[in-house]
Design a protein around this ligand. Structure first.
Ligand code: GLP
Length: 261
């Protein structure tokens, strides 16, 4: 696990984008796993700027998103399909037919999740998975109590996650109670994982994920078992880490080797 700690979220997002861009240069037809939420927005902006500057292209990229609210149509303003179009896909040269988000309206959700996993496998698996982290340490919608071996499935959101996400909806009753979500086991199959965490509200989750025990109570802690996992944090999110100076120094060297800094 490498933990990159930057002064600001903009700086951390730029560095995370550099890692994604390095992959796209090496493998233009990379398979990306993408995340929603407020956290990755800055990183997507940095990638949009890279595409505009002709530094990278999404022309041959294929992507699969982590999750989708169950019961929301793709055109709903708070659907994750809408989020991805608005924050990334509409601004880069990706072929939208190659971008995949779980269908929140799927009548047969079991078939939907099985087809989704099969399509990822047929594409050769995910090269790089982008993640945010919930304030309770969840990744995708793998809430506390999710098996660390879980696969893509229908899940129920905790009251805390519903409250956290209520800011995006008119009222908290509008937040869907369920979602389709990749499982922890599915996420762990990505060849590289890039998790972003910003702000003091994520400090406890980051502490649990990195320095806590591996536990289904904090599903991000499963990433301790991943052979190529990168955390990009601002100082506030990293503030509770005991060994933060050591991590930052070590990650600086590792990142330099990856992005040629
Ligand atoms: C939701 C998403 C997660 C995301 C989390 C944090 O629960 N399913 O993928 O990481 O929200 O969101 P934010 O980045 O807005 O704090």
């Amino acid at each position: 696990m490498e933990i990159v700690i930057c002064k600001t979220k903009e700086e951390a997002s730029r560095k995370a984008a550099d890692l994604v861009a390095a992959l796209l240069k090496k493998k233009p037809d990379a398979v990306l796993g993408l995340a929603t939420g407020s956290t990755p927005v800055e990183m997507y902006k940095a990638l949009i700027a890279d595409v505009a500057a002709g530094k990278v292209s999404f022309k041959s990229v294929k992507s699969w998103n982590l999750d989708e609210y169950y019961g929301l149509e793709p055109t709903h303003e708070q659907s994750y399909r809408h989020f991805m179009d608005a924050n990334l896909f509409d601004h880069v040269d990706v072929d939208k037919a190659n971008t995949h988000v779980l269908d929140g309206l799927a009548a047969d959700w079991r078939k939907e999740v099985a087809d989704y996993e099969a399509a990822i496998a047929a594409a050769g698996g995910i090269d790089l998975q982008v993640l945010g982290i919930g304030s309770d340490g969840h990744i995708a919608f793998n809430e506390p109590g999710s098996s660390l071996a879980s696969r893509t499935r229908l899940v129920s959101l905790t009251p805390q996650t519903i409250a956290d996400n209520a800011r995006f909806f008119e009222k908290s009753e509008d937040v869907p109670r369920q979602a389709l979500s990749m499982g922890v086991g599915s996420i762990m199959e990505a060849r590289r994982v890039v998790l972003l965490a910003f702000g003091a509200g994520k400090a406890a989750a980051v502490k649990g994920a990195i320095e806590g025990g591996v536990s289904q109570f904090c599903t991000a802690s499963a990433l301790q078992m991943h052979p190529d996992c990168w955390f990009f944090c601002d100082e506030a999110a990293a503030s509770r880490l005991e060994l933060k100076d050591y991590y930052a120094w070590r990650a600086g060297e590792a990142l330099g080797a990856e992005i040629g800094d």
